[in-house]
Each structure stands twice: as structure tokens, then as C-alpha cells.
Design a protein around this ligand. Structure first.
Ligand code: 5GP
Length: 114
């Protein structure tokens, strides 16, 4: 069993961060370093999967649950439109190897990718 990830420690209450939404198998927090007016993280409660490729192969229903939670949060925190980003691998900027979706929203239409 690997060391608890930072997100597991947040879920367990060991590191303070408000859990803003929760489903059976996933939860959401605000990113500590927001890159958009709304920047949330949607995270499986289990750290079994390191990235979205492993998650899609191993538990596609859980991936769908993350997308559904992201959609609900974008409606609640913005106008319903959102960008969903899964950094996959260190070379792409992934720093926490407990799969999570970045949900970016709030006036992004004028911004280019990257
Ligand atoms: P990654 O770089 O792996 O795609 O995304 C990890 C994200 O977790 C980063 O955007 C980073 O700002 C966020 N993050 C790291 N540590 C914490 C923390 O302790 N609390 C919160 N709320 N976000 C964190």
C-alpha cells in the first residue's frame, strides 16, 4: 500500500481543506493555487488509480461519476460551462499521483489552452 496522498489526507481530515461536495465515491475541494476564477478538484475517494488512463481502464463508472460531479459543480459555482483537465504524467505537470480532475470555470472563453 502506498503512502496516503495529499488528497487522501485531506479526505481523512489530516490536512485542512473544505470538502465542498461529495458523492458515493468522489469528493471535491478548491485548488489551493487557483488558475481560473473557479478552480476545483474532483477526486476519487480511493487513491487506487494514479491517473485518468488507469481510471478509465479500471473503473469507467467512477470516471463518469467524476464527470457528473464536475458538471454539477460548474453549474453551482459558475454558469455551467467548464474545462476538465487531467494532467497525466510528470511531464504534463501532474504532481499528485492520485487521479483528480481540475474543473476550471468562470469566463474562460477568451483564454487559449495552456
Ligand atoms: P496536478 O499538478 O497533480 O495536476 O494537480 C495537483 C493540484 O493540487 C495542484 O493544482 C495544486 O495546487 C493542488 N494542491 C496541492 N496541494 C494542495 C492542498 O494541500 N490543498 C488543496 N486544496 N490543493 C492542493
Amino acid at each position: 500500500m502506498s503512502e496516503p496522498s495529499i488528497f487522501t489526507r485531506i479526505l481523512n481530515g489530516e490536512i485542512p481543506s473544505e470538502i465542498i461536495a461529495e458523492t458515493e465515491n468522489a469528493f471535491a475541494i478548491r485548488d489551493i493555487a487557483p488558475q481560473a476564477p473557479v478552480h476545483l478538484l474532483v477526486i476519487p475517494k480511493s487513491q487506487e488509480y494514479r491517473n485518468v488512463v488507469e481510471l478509465a481502464a479500471g473503473d469507467p463508472a467512477l470516471l463518469a461519476e467524476l464527470v457528473g460531479l464536475a458538471n454539477s459543480l460548474a453549474a453551482e459555482h459558475s454558469d455551467g460551462d467548464f474545462r476538465l483537465i487531467f494532467n497525466t504524467g510528470g511531464g504534463a505537470g501532474q504532481t499528485v499521483f492520485h487521479v483528480h480532475a481540475h474543473v476550471l470555470a468562470g469566463g474562460l472563453a477568451e483564454r487559449t489552452l495552456g
